[in-house]
Design a protein. Structure first.
Length: 372
């Protein structure tokens, strides 16, 4: 009888380390056919199905809303019902490194010893070439954080409270932001923009090319200004700052179908009308549930607009592998002005640079002779 084979958590995006189980479509222990959908998972970028790669009997232990690591077994498929699932860290587990693997030069002996001590499997090193002790320690730290988070989610010492029924997308957002903010040094600057001058700008654009929204205007102007601020169009990693070679602006959408950040690619190279068309197309696909992975990846900077909610001031949260995010606020009553807030990673930029960026952006938003 063949050994049970694992159904691994796929990596749908290069930056995804974890996913949330949204639903199981078959009971554990049931018979499945090759290609049959067995589970639905969600990352910060997308919702996707996982199918059986062969027929047999499926077994799993993790409940819905569990967070699972990319590359590890989500379930097991065996030829007979009630076959025990392999235990992590044993030779029966499909994916444990063997002495043969060591002989092939893929893993150092020191790394192998450490993997056996920690119960790690080869499936947790997807995409890794040669495995050394440093790789093992990195994976171990990630697993420890995952176990801690899952434990916090499943157990409660708050006797007078009930758990909030959070959506899978919110759970993934919490995990991602927790990982990001373990390193980020956030700082914030803001400027006040004249509503009257901005509305005049939008009216002039409407006469020239048709109606443009405030968000669409900001997206293009941000893209043009960012070209001179590589410290805000990049991220900090491995002890230094990195700049993106192009400007692609994401904009946050959260209207009943989960938070998504569609991306207007190479926005600095587009006309105002092209930016507007891209925003409208992506927003329509969000409401239709048609956003693809390429629509929500590759952003180098993000804009989040809460002006429609009447929010006059807030602190936007920096996204992974980005150095800054811009928040758009509603007009403060009786002032004729609205705030534009920049939250940035102080490891790669500073308040002077952030203030200069906002100053240039304000000038472009308030100018009387807009470019098309």
């Amino acid at each position: 009888m063949a050994e049970p084979s694992p159904v691994l958590v796929p990596q749908m995006n290069v930056n995804d380390d974890h996913a949330v189980i949204v639903a199981w479509h078959v009971p554990t222990g049931s018979s499945v056919t090759a290609g049959q959908v067995i589970a639905t998972l969600e990352t910060t970028k997308a919702v996707f199905d996982v199918s059986a790669d062969r027929g047999g009997f499926v077994a799993y232990t993790e409940p819905v809303k569990s967070i699972v690591a990319v590359g590890v077994p989500l379930a097991w498929i065996s030829d007979e019902a009630n076959t025990p699932m392999p235990s992590a860290g044993t030779q029966e587990s499909a994916g444990v490194l063997s002495n043969e693997t060591v002989g092939m030069g893929r893993v150092t002996r020191k790394a192998l010893r450490r993997m056996r001590e920690l119960g790690l499997e080869t499936s947790e090193f997807q995409g890794t070439g040669r495995i050394d002790a440093a790789n093992v320690e990195r994976i171990a730290v990630g697993r420890m954080r995952l176990v801690q988070l899952s434990s916090n989610m499943r157990t409660s010492t708050h006797d007078e409270c009930d758990p909030i029924d959070e959506s899978p997308s919110k759970l993934m957002e919490a995990l991602r932001l927790s990982e990001t903010y373990r390193a980020v040094v956030p700082s914030l600057v803001a400027v006040s923009v004249s509503s009257e001058l901005t509305q005049a700008h939008l009216r002039n654009l409407a006469e020239a090319i048709g109606p443009i929204t405030y968000l669409e205007l900001v997206l293009r102007e941000v893209a043009l200004v960012l070209s001179d601020y590589p410290d805000l169009n990049g991220y900090f990693a491995e002890g230094r700052g990195w700049r993106y070679r192009q400007v692609s602006i994401g904009f946050a959408v959260n209207a009943g179908k989960g938070l998504r950040v569609p991306v207007v690619r190479r926005a600095a190279e587009l006309s105002q009308l092209e930016v507007a068309r891209a925003v409208r197309d992506l927003t329509l696909r969000y409401f239709r549930g048609e956003l693809a992975m390429q629509d929500v990846t590759g952003g180098t900077f993000t804009v989040t607009d809460l002006s429609g909610e009447g929010v006059t001031n807030f602190v936007p949260v920096i996204n992974e592998r980005q150095a800054a995010i811009l928040g758009l606020c509603a007009e403060r009553p009786g002032t004729g002005h609205r705030d534009v807030v920049l939250c940035f990673d102080h490891r790669i930029s500073d308040g002077t640079r952030g203030g200069a960026f906002l100053g240039e952006l304000r000038e472009r938003l308030e100018r009387a002779d807009p470019e098309n």
